[in-house]
Structure formats: structure tokens, C-alpha cells
Design a protein around this ligand. Structure first.
Ligand SMILES: NC(=O)c1ccc[n+]([C@@H]2O[C@H](COP(=O)([O-])OP(=O)(O)OC[C@H]3O[C@@H](n4cnc5c(N)ncnc54)[C@H](OP(=O)(O)O)[C@@H]3O)[C@@H](O)[C@H]2O)c1
Length: 347
């Protein structure tokens, strides 16, 4: 049994709370709220303990919310904090709370790995470096795109090894999540310095990888087009698809026309939070041209990292072998079942 507190209750924190509170190996302490809004009601209706900053206790109570206590009290009771603060907020939390209180923490992909604001010395990807996190105190879970790239690249490396010369990823990013209230701007914006390339190299140092990222006016997932250049002629389409066939968290879809088809199907099928938690290779636009393979896959931005956090927790806390951890994560998130259903729906 491990005591877990989720510090933050935004798009990622809400999903982490649903998952960890359903795990029988976890004593779920609760979630942090910093703003008095309707999400407090939602957290209370989900029967989560709600913890707030000490100076705001009376404000939450005045609004009629039965909060359990302060964030410091929650952290004191916990073995592990899963930080879900907005990009960069984890650094302050580590400095002001986790380190002084001697608590282990998982950070999300918006935190820094290098420089003055670094929060950890590794980025986790369950397909690549799961075991390296065993017993660590602070680890960053790679962002959705970084997790997706690792999930696609590692099977390619294992199957085709040093025949691969380089990877170029064109990353098309959604503007906002479905739950976000922020406006979706009618513009295509470029990222002058995408973090994904360096983040992936943290767990696949040998990767000759180049990433360009563009943000488009959509709320429906990300799409990556990964161009893989081989020495000599590229493998066949069948060989490429075979490499992914039995991979955890990868569905191979045929008839989907775009990211919204996949997201709306997940919602229609009643998947928790409308997430698939995976990447989806779009078979119809998998192209082989001489020495090049172009793989297009959509990446469920909100869902992707939640099973990853669960895997990471099992490495850090239980030091469990990967296959055993995968079985438990699959059981909790029903990933294999979801993969089968999606592949059937989009034959
Ligand atoms: N959204 C995605 O698709 C996605 C995917 C992968 C990774 N990530 C990463 O996950 C992290 C969280 O992103 P998000 O999309 O969930 O952000 P978000 O929806 O903006 O939520 C951020 C949350 O942080 C809370 N907060 C405010 N001050 C805090 C503090 N000092 N400590 C902890 N929490 C605090 C806010 O609480 P109140 O609402 O109560 O103010 C809010 O619930 C980021 O690192 C992001 O890069 C996001």
C-alpha cells in the first residue's frame, strides 16, 4: 500500500486522481485545489479529499465546500506526491514543500530537466527506461508527445536497429484541451525551440531526431508525422505494422479520417474522461518511399500520460519488474480491451 496525493486538479490532475483512487494498492489521500470554482464540487462529488493552501481555508469554507485540510497536511501524510501543477509550478513545489518535507514526487512533462529550474535527473518513458526509475525520489514523466515518440521509436529501434539513419517529426499540436475555457485562435503558430527533441534524447540518447512543432486551431489530439530514413531500402509496410502489432498502448487504425473521429469515438464508447490513453497509427497514410517510412499517428494528449504515471509510480515505489507492472496498468486502464475495440471500430 502506498499513500498518494495529487497536487493539482486541472486536466491532468483530474485524470490522475480518477486512476490512482481506483487502484487497490493505493491509499488515495486526495487532491489539491488552489482556486474556488466548480471543480471543487466535482472533486467532492468524486469523494476525493480536497486540500487547499492554508491562507485560503476560510475562503473555501465560506463558499460551503467541506475541504479536508491544508496542502501541507496532505503531503505530510503521503509517501508520494504526483505533482500536476501548470508548467513550471512543480519546481516551486519541490523547493518549498517536497524537499523540506522529505517526500518523493513525480513531475509532469511541463517541468524542466536541465538548468536552474530542473526538478529531476531523468525523464521516464515506460517503453524505454522504466527500470531506471526504480527507487528514485524525483522523476519527470515525459509529456504526451515525448511519451508518444518514445513509444513509436523504441519498437523501430528493436526491430530495425542501426539500419535507421534519422527521424524527423512534424508535430501538429492541438491549441487547447476539450475542457479548457481558453479561446482557440485562428492561426498556425510555430515553436521556435521545441523541447521534445531534447526530452526524447534523455531516454534514447543515440536517436538522430529532429522535431518541428506547429500549433493548430483544434482541441482534438495531436498528430505526428514521423519520417524515418533507413540505410538502403526501407522495410515493407507489413514489416513496419508487425513491429507495432502487439505493443502496449498502440492501436493500428484504418478508417479514421482525422483526430476528431478518434476522440469522439472514445467519448461515445464511454472511455473514462473521453481518453484512449494511447497513440493510434493511421494505417492508410503509412507511406514507404525508397529509403523512407512515413508514419502518421495521433497522440491522445490528455490520456497518454496517465497510464505512464501509473507505470512510473510502480517503478519508483514498488521497484516492480516491467512485465508485472504492465499487467497491473493494463488491468486498471483496460488498455488492451480499448485497443481491440478501437481497432474493430476503425478497421
Ligand atoms: N493538458 C495536457 O494535455 C497535458 C499532457 C501531458 C502533460 N501535461 C503536463 O501536465 C501538467 C499540468 O497540465 P494541465 O494541462 O493539467 O494544466 P491545467 O489544466 O492548467 O491545470 C493546472 C492545475 O494546477 C493547479 N495549481 C495552481 N497552483 C498550483 C500549485 N502551486 N501546485 C500545484 N498545482 C497548482 C491549478 O489549480 P486550480 O485550478 O485550483 O487553480 C490547476 O488545477 C503540465 O506540466 C503540463 O505540461 C499536460
Amino acid at each position: 500500500m502506498v499513500k498518494i496525493f495529487v497536487n493539482g486538479y486541472g486536466n491532468i490532475g483530474r485524470r490522475l486522481a480518477s486512476a490512482f483512487s481506483a487502484d487497490k494498492e493505493v491509499q488515495f489521500i486526495g487532491v489539491a485545489k488552489y482556486t474556488v470554482d466548480d471543480r471543487v464540487k466535482e472533486a467532492l462529488e468524486n469523494r476525493f479529499g480536497v486540500y487547499v493552501p492554508e491562507p485560503l481555508l476560510s475562503k473555501f469554507k465560506e463558499q460551503g465546500y467541506k475541504v479536508t485540510g491544508t496542502i501541507e497536511e496532505a503531503i505530510r501524510q503521503s509517501d508520494l506526491v504526483v505533482d500536476a501543477a501548470k508548467e513550471g509550478g512543480g519546481f516551486e513545489n519541490k523547493r518549498n514543500l517536497y524537499e523540506p518535507m522529505g517526500k518523493a514526487a513525480i513531475f509532469q512533462g511541463g517541468e524542466e530537466r536541465h538548468g536552474d529550474h530542473a526538478v529531476a535527473d531523468m525523464i521516464h518513458n515506460s517503453r524505454v527506461n522504466y527500470s531506471k526509475a526504480a527507487g528514485k525520489t524525483y522523476v519527470i514523466q515525459g509529456s504526451c508527445n515525448v511519451s508518444g515518440m518514445g513509444r513509436i521509436m523504441q519498437p523501430l529501434i528493436e526491430n530495425f536497429g542501426d539500419k535507421i539513419k534519422r527521424y524527423d517529426v512534424l508535430l501538429v499540436r492541438r491549441w487547447a484541451d476539450l475542457e479548457d475555457s481558453k479561446e482557440v485562435k485562428d492561426s498556425i503558430e510555430w515553436d521556435r525551440n521545441p523541447h521534445h527533441q531534447d526530452d526524447v534524447k534523455d531516454f534514447i540518447p543515440s536517436a538522430n531526431l529532429f522535431v518541428d512543432a506547429y500549433k493548430v486551431p483544434s482541441r482534438m489530439m495531436h498528430l505526428h508525422q514521423m519520417t524515418v530514413r533507413f540505410a538502403g531500402s526501407a522495410p515493407s509496410k507489413e514489416e513496419i505494422l508487425d513491429a507495432f502489432d502487439s505493443e502496449f498502448g498502440i492501436a493500428i487504425l484504418g478508417s479514421a479520417k482525422g483526430t476528431a473521429d478518434v476522440r469522439k469515438k472514445a467519448i461515445q464508447l464511454g472511455f473514462p474522461h473521453g481518453d484512449t490513453g494511447m497513440v493510434h497509427i493511421h494505417r492508410d497514410v503509412l507511406r514507404i518511399q525508397d529509403d523512407i517510412v512515413k508514419i502518421s499517428y495521433s497522440d491522445d494528449q490528455t490520456g497518454m500520460v496517465i497510464p505512464e504515471n501509473h507505470m512510473l509510480m510502480q517503478s519508483m515505489v514498488f521497484k516492480r519488474p516491467r512485465q508485472d507492472a504492465l499487467k497491473r496498468t493494463d488491468n486498471l486502464f483496460q488498455m488492451s480491451k480499448k485497443k481491440k475495440v478501437l481497432e474493430e471500430e476503425f478497421k
